[in-house]
Design a protein around this ligand. Structure first.
Ligand SMILES: [Cu+2]
Length: 163
């Protein structure tokens, strides 16, 4: 009789210890990613922008410094080219090869205006708003562009959060 009462009690203790260890293991990755987000040392997110028939999708994107924008040609022949006067100070102009996938790493806060070279006249342009401070927004708004591109940018620029 005595053995029977002791045995289930022992098993109970073992289970509790095991459960505690398990929950610590489960929580570890969440704790690590939380600490990384607080210290800001995470590698950043990859956003995909599709280059489709005469348009970028999404044409307007919000992202953070350290993120990467991956341009992928899904239909037709396109590229991504920075527009002079529409990227933050200190950001190198870029120009991708036609039909090629292109990764753009976002290094500064501000707005990034870009175009597809073959379809610029058709208004194939896009805008990325990075961070929270858009110091180059007034300059981007006053950049002279072909009529269709200007019309598209008027809509895209309106989506940038006001500070
Ligand atoms: Cu294009």
């Amino acid at each position: 009789m005595a053995v029977k009462t002791v045995a289930p009690y022992k098993i109970k203790i073992h289970e509790t210890t095991f459960m505690k260890k398990r929950s610590t293991l489960v929580l570890m990755p969440a704790l690590v990613s939380f600490l990384l987000s607080v210290t800001g040392s995470n590698a950043g997110v990859i956003h995909t922008i599709k280059m489709d028939r005469d348009f970028f999708s999404p044409a307007y994107l919000e992202a953070q410094v350290g993120d990467t924008v991956r341009f992928v040609n899904v239909r037709g022949t396109h590229n991504t080219v920075s527009i002079s006067g529409m990227i933050p100070a200190g950001v190198s102009p870029w120009r991708s090869r036609l039909k090629a996938t292109y990764d753009l790493t976002l290094t500064k806060e501000g707005v990034y205006g870009y175009k597809c070279l073959p379809h610029f006249g058709k208004g194939m342009v896009g805008l990325i708003a990075v961070g929270k401070q858009y110091n180059n927004l007034p300059q981007a708004k006053s950049t002279k562009l072909p009529a269709k591109a200007a019309a598209v940018f008027q809509k895209l620029l309106r989506r940038v959060p006001q500070n």
